[in-house]
Each structure stands twice: as C-alpha cells, then as structure tokens.
Design a protein around this ligand. Structure first.
Ligand code: BES
Ligand code: ZN
Ligand code: ZN
Length: 497
C-alpha cells in the first residue's frame, strides 16, 4: 500500500478540517447527518455549476468556504437509488479514494435517504478504498524522499453510518481480502531478479505465520516423484525449481479439500523457442496464477475460512541455456504420460501437468481449480475483460461464473472436446505440448485435462487479466491480483458451513 490508511466506522461525527465525502443520490439527496457541513449551501451551487446529477461514481470536489467545518466537501454519485446493486459498493469505494488527494482526515457520510445500505455494503465501500489505494513503489527512491517529507503520511477515514457496528464486523473480513489481493499484486509487480523460485517459495512459507502448513519440494524431491515435465522446463535456468504446497485446515477433519493450483513461471523468456525482445519484460508476470493462489491462501487463513484447502504452485524459470530443454525432446511426466516438446515457450502447461497430477494423486480433492497466465491466444479471444474458463464440470463452472459476477472478476467459459484433444496427439509420444496455430487456448486446456484424471476441474487462463491490467476504479496496479477475490467468493458462497 502506498498510503497508510486506517478506516473506522461511527454512527456520528463532528468533522473538522480535511475532507467530507457525501454520497449523493441522483435526486441530489445526501446524508442528513451532513447537513451542518454546508451552511451556505455551496454544494448545491457546485452541483449546478458542475452539472453534477448524482450519476453513479460521478464526483464533484468543492473547496469549502470558511464557515464550513471541513476544508473540502466531495460529492460522490450513487446513481438511481432503485438501481444501486449489491456489487456496486466496492467500486464506489474506489471512487472515494480518488477524491482524497492530499487530505489526511476524511469523513464519508454513507447513509442516503432512500438508498438501502447494510453493514456489508459499507464494509465493501471500505474494501474498495483499500484496493484502489494500492500502489507499488518499492523501487522508486525519489518518491521515498517525498514520503520522508511527510507528503504521503497516514490517512484516517471515518465512515459515518447507522450500520457502524455491523460494518466494523464485516470489515475484519474485508481487510483479509484486501491484504490477499495486495500480496498477489506485489508478487506480480516484483522484478524477476528479486523474485526467483526460491524467493517465491519463501513467500509461501511466510503463510505459516497465519496457521497454514507449508511444504517446499526441492528439485531432488521432485526428481524422486518423477516430475519430468516440470523439471524439463527448469533445466535451462541457473535458479532451481520449487513446488510449494500449502494447506489450510479450517473445515471438518473428514472433509475432502478444495484444491487450487498456480502456474509460477517467475520469468518466461520462451527458452530455446525464445520470445521476441519487445515486451519480454512483461514475462515477469508469468507467475500471476501462483500469485493469486498465495494471495487466496493468505485471505482464507486471515479470515479463518471454514474449509479445508490445499494449494500448490509450481515455481520455475524458463531460460535458454546449453542445458535447456530443446524442441524435439520427449519428457515423461509424473503421470507416466510422455510429452514431445514442440515449442519450449509452451512451458506453463508442462509445469501444471505435474502439479495437477500430484495434487489429485496425493490429496483426492473435491475439485481442482488451476490459474495460469497460459496463452497469448486468450487475449486474442477475450481481451482483458474476461479470464478464459475451461472445465470438465458444469456445476463448478456455474459457481465460478457467479462468483465472478459478484466480484466483477469475470470469466467466460470456452469449449473443450475430443476434436480439440486430437490436435495435441504426437507422432512420437503420447502428446505434444502445442496443438498448432488454431484454438491455442483450447488445446492448452486439453493438454491440462490429460493430467486431472477424473477430478472435477476448472482451468482459468488469466494471461489477459492478471498482469498489464486495465486501470479500473479499484485497481491502478500492473499486477491486478485477479482471482483472489473471485476464488475467496467461490469458497465463501459454496464451501463453508
Ligand atoms: N506465458 C506465456 C503466455 C502469455 C502471453 C502470458 C502473454 C501473458 C501474456 C506462455 O508461456 C506462452 O508463451 N504461450 C505461448 C504458447 C505457444 C508457444 C503455443 C503463446 O501464447 O504464444
Ligand atoms: Zn511461454
Ligand atoms: Zn509462460
């Protein structure tokens, strides 16, 4: 987080200095508790002059005259009270953050006559503020100098609402969610020289502080398990591979775990099938799936989710080298199936092949969901607005789609089928690692499906959504943390209690 923000909730407040934010319905109605903030009626004039009509997320920023208790008054539109939906509140929170600028003390008047609110809505508002406030400036030394001069400083926000007690309760959970998203964003944003497989595995181990059991498999241990597909990718890199296994046991002892698996390619040069130079720096984000999985485990543990969850991340670096894997090589995966390497840049599926197989073999989970920045082709198909969803299970797909509707991390189901599966049959081995020019995201999905056995499974291709993310009301970061809230919502809505 760039700014240090503390958020509290209160039934009433006497603001002084700083900024008062008034949520405002389309008809100009604002909280009655805020009446005395504007004795001269400047906000009314400002609304008129600025043409503010209370449209959802529209804002007006007013410099308050001297007889007002606060320095500034900000107006934030809620839209038509009848149309404010459950899922709008997080985004509205993001817009509140945008109004803050240099103010250090902020009061948000959230109750508007005619607009239905709840403690959950208010906590969502606070979550939106936290998510929007994230920025990654670890390596900006000049910015740090400014911070020392007090420009960043701590910011305190009081949300004034009749639902303060319930909001406070729900906000404890929101904070766990925000810190999981923040962790995932940090990991994606970190440069690849700093975050190799070993350092990444250490981030998994750090979750032990929250009560997560963590095991880290070394290359030697993976060799013993015959993970030839994962290890083949790693063999060209100077930095050794790791497989991190995290377990959160918040459910009943006998309950089969939910499983999440992440692609953690800390840097994808393409290997011997080297990528073009332009934009290659973006491939530091090729661990966006693994980052989301760690972020999710952080959130689940921090909010003490009542579910048994296991998470695996395959951590490798894909590099060209005298010892690197070649096109034409045939590797044997842990499942026993052999794979002909056609293109060393299709490495994510090789890493996941062994992680998925190991996961179902050892944990017998209720389902497996993997996240991976797997194909450029998913960007061609869906752009950055939806993650690709591939699954052998309609019920699980439905659950993911509706969780995405709630958190606005949207997924779009893509087809799988034997006619696509055929495209990865190989002349020399059981399969090849690419299926040709067409349907690249689907053949990648078919490849993964060959390693899930009969476990209900879903694959999220997040190449378009985890990194280089579009700027939104709640995200200004290159690494978006896509998937953390989605999967937390999936667990919350379907697998707890
Ligand atoms: N990591 C890439 C996919 C990717 C592309 C992620 C753009 C994020 C943004 C993956 O390992 C890859 O290189 N895939 C190849 C597959 C091809 C060789 C069949 C691709 O998409 O070009
Ligand atoms: Zn690649
Ligand atoms: Zn990759």
């Amino acid at each position: 987080m760039s700014k240090k923000i503390t958020i509290s909730f209160s039934k009433s407040a006497k603001p002084k200095g700083g900024l008062a934010v008034l949520l405002s319905a389309k008809d100009g109605q604002t909280s009655e508790a805020a009446n005395e903030l504007d004795p001269a009626g400047v906000t009314g004039r400002a609304m008129e002059i600025a043409g503010f009509d209370g449209k959802a997320r529209a804002t007006v920023d007013v410099l308050a005259p001297q007889d007002c208790p606060t320095d500034r008054i900000g107006l934030l539109g809620l839209g038509d009270p009848a149309e404010v939906s459950e899922n709008d509140w997080v985004r509205l929170g993001g817009s509140i953050f945008a109004l803050i600028r240099k103010s250090k003390k902020i009061w948000v008047f959230a109750d508007v006559p005619g607009v239905e609110t709840s403690g959950q809505h208010i906590a969502d508002l606070a979550l939106g503020i936290l998510l929007r406030s994230y920025s990654f400036d670890t390596y900006k030394t000049r910015k740090k100098d400014n911070d020392k001069k007090g420009e960043a400083g701590p910011v305190s926000i009081t949300i004034v609402t009749t639902h303060s007690a319930a909001a406070k309760r729900h906000f404890a959970v929101s904070k766990a969610v925000a810190s999981g998203v923040e962790l995932a964003r940090d990991l994606v944003n970190e440069p690849p020289n700093v975050l190799g497989p070993v350092e990444f595995a250490k981030k998994a181990s750090d979750l032990e502080a929250l009560g997560v059991d963590v095991e880290i498999l070394t290359e030697k241990e993976m060799k013993k398990l015959k993970m030839g597909a994962l290890l083949g990718v790693a063999q060209g890199a100077a930095r050794p591979a790791r497989l991190a296994i995290m377990q959160w046991k918040g459910g009943k002892a006998k309950q089969k775990p939910l499983a999440f698996i992440g692609k953690g390619v800390v840097f994808d040069s393409g290997g011997i099938s080297l990528k073009p130079g332009a934009g290659m720096e973006d491939m530091k984000g090729d661990m966006g799936g693994a980052a989301a999985v760690i972020g999710l485990m952080h959130t689940l543990a921090a909010r003490k989710a009542k579910a048994n969850v296991v998470a695996l991340i395959g951590l490798v670096e894909n590099m060209p080298d005298g010892n690197a894997q070649r096109p034409g090589d045939i590797v044997t995966s842990m499942s026993g199936q052999t794979i002909e390497i056609i293109n060393t840049d299709a490495e994510g599926r090789l890493v996941l092949a062994d992680a998925l197989w190991y996961c179902q073999d050892r944990f017998k989970p209720q389902f497996m969901i993997n996240l991976a920045t797997l194909t450029g082709a998913i960007l061609v198909a869906l752009g950055q607005q939806h993650a690709g969803l591939f699954s052998n299970d309609d019920a699980l797909s439905e659950q993911l789609s509706s969780a995405g509707g709630v958190t606005q991390e949207k997924v779009w189901r893509m087809p799988l089928g034997p006619e696509y599966d055929k495209m990865i049959d190989s002349k020399f081995a059981d399969m090849k690692n690419v299926g040709g020019r067409f349907a690249g995201s689907i053949t990648a999905g078919q490849f993964l499906q060959r390693f899930v056995n009969d476990t209900p499974w879903a694959h999220l291709d997040v190449a378009g959504t985890a990194m280089n993310a579009p700027q939104t009301d709640i995200n200004r970061s290159w690494g978006s943390g896509f998937g953390v809230r989605l999967l937390d919502q999936l667990v919350k809505a379907n697998y707890e209690g």
